[in-house]
Design a protein around this ligand. Structure first.
Ligand SMILES: [Zn+2]
Length: 345
């Protein structure tokens, strides 16, 4: 893939600033993150890049932005006294902040690509409109769920010694739906059959039915998720796939993403070369739409395609914790303080 040679320049008025960062090995670091760009935070393992972003920037943003910060990680509760010495500025420029990680899409047992991206509600609305029934009939979480297996499609049998086996529910034949829900068709398909469709198959099915559903499905296909089933359960979706579904979910939304900030921590971990390339394009697309993407990375292809790099180092652990160099990849290449500069493409 071609390496970026023209960098988007930062509007000096719009900076996110961090002062007095001292968690873990950070040496009372200050950093300026220009908004509206693809910003890479680089450095060797343990140099402090995750301490700066995941452990300082993200909790400080949570504290300031409250519910304008979207994350699947609800474990980290932030109180007002968290990182009391660290100051953050510039958050007034942020419309919404989204953490795009490799954690599972949603926590509910019925979470799937259709629910996460919001198209499931739209599909149920189509069924409800056509049949005149309650939309709740078309989900296993509500009226439509099998009474025996509670919508799971399987029944857990205790076989002794604390062991269980799962057997298909005979009442609903493993569908999780009650018969009434299954008997209602949308263009010859019931709700269960639609959830079994792959994204690519569903694109053909919804083409002339609903523009919003179609746009989200096409975005999922564009991030390489054409093969995934709409109702595919979370445990069978890998971390890399979950991350791309989250990205697609943001890219496929109607309305402007201008002013949004997306934070990705080592997103290329576990991805193939072509998937990494695809990810770079998607991050660039978000930036082209007026968003900021902040990415901690060691991958040189990703870093070489950033508009601005903050390099942490020089070493790991007690040898790290400083900001070594900042600037465009081209500037880092000629900056004698930079270590990664000489390796950038
Ligand atoms: Zn059942």
């Amino acid at each position: 893939m071609p390496i970026k040679t023209v960098y988007k320049s930062s509007d000096n008025q719009k900076l996110l600033t961090l002062k007095n960062c001292c968690i873990h090995n950070l040496r009372n670091v200050s950093a300026e993150i220009p908004l509206g760009l693809l910003v890479g935070v680089a450095g060797v393992s343990g140099s402090g890049k995750s301490s700066l972003i995941s452990d300082t920037l993200v909790p400080k943003l949570k504290e300031k932005l409250k519910n304008k910060l979207v994350s699947d990680d609800e474990d980290k509760n932030v109180d007002d006294e968290f990182l009391p010495d660290t100051e953050i500025g510039g958050t007034e420029h942020i419309k919404k902040c989204v953490i795009i990680d490799q954690k599972p899409i949603g926590r509910s047992r019925t979470s799937c690509p259709a629910t996460y991206t919001g198209i499931f509600d739209k599909i149920r609305a189509l069924f409800a409109k056509q049949s005149g029934m309650d939309p709740g009939l078309f989900t296993v979480n509500s009226k439509g769920g099998c009474r025996v297996c509670k919508g799971d499609g399987v029944i857990h049998y205790h076989v002794g010694m604390g062991n269980f086996i799962d057997l298909e529910c005979e009442t609903c034949a493993g569908t999780g739906f009650i018969e009434e829900a299954m008997s209602i068709m949308l263009d010859g398909k019931n709700i269960r059959e639609i959830l079994e469709m792959s994204v690519s198959t569903a694109i053909a099915f919804f083409k002339k039915k609903d523009k919003t559903i179609l746009k989200m499905l096409q975005t999922l296909e564009r991030v390489g998720m054409g093969y995934i089933r709409l109702g595919q359960k979370t445990p069978t979706i890998s971390g890399g796939e979950a991350q791309r579904i989250k990205l697609a979910s943001e890219l496929g939304k109607s309305g402007s993403a201008k002013g949004n900030v997306y934070i990705l921590d080592e997103p290329t971990t576990g991805l193939s070369f072509s998937d990494s390339e695809r990810l770079i394009h998607l991050m660039q697309e978000l930036v082209d739409g007026g968003s900021t993407v902040i990415v901690t990375e060691h991958d040189l292809s990703v870093l070489s395609n950033c508009d601005y790099i903050i390099e942490m180092g020089p070493g790991g652990g007690s040898d790290g914790g400083y900001v070594l160099a900042t600037g465009t990849p081209a500037e880092l290449k000629v900056n004698s303080k930079s270590i990664i500069g000489r390796y950038l493409k």
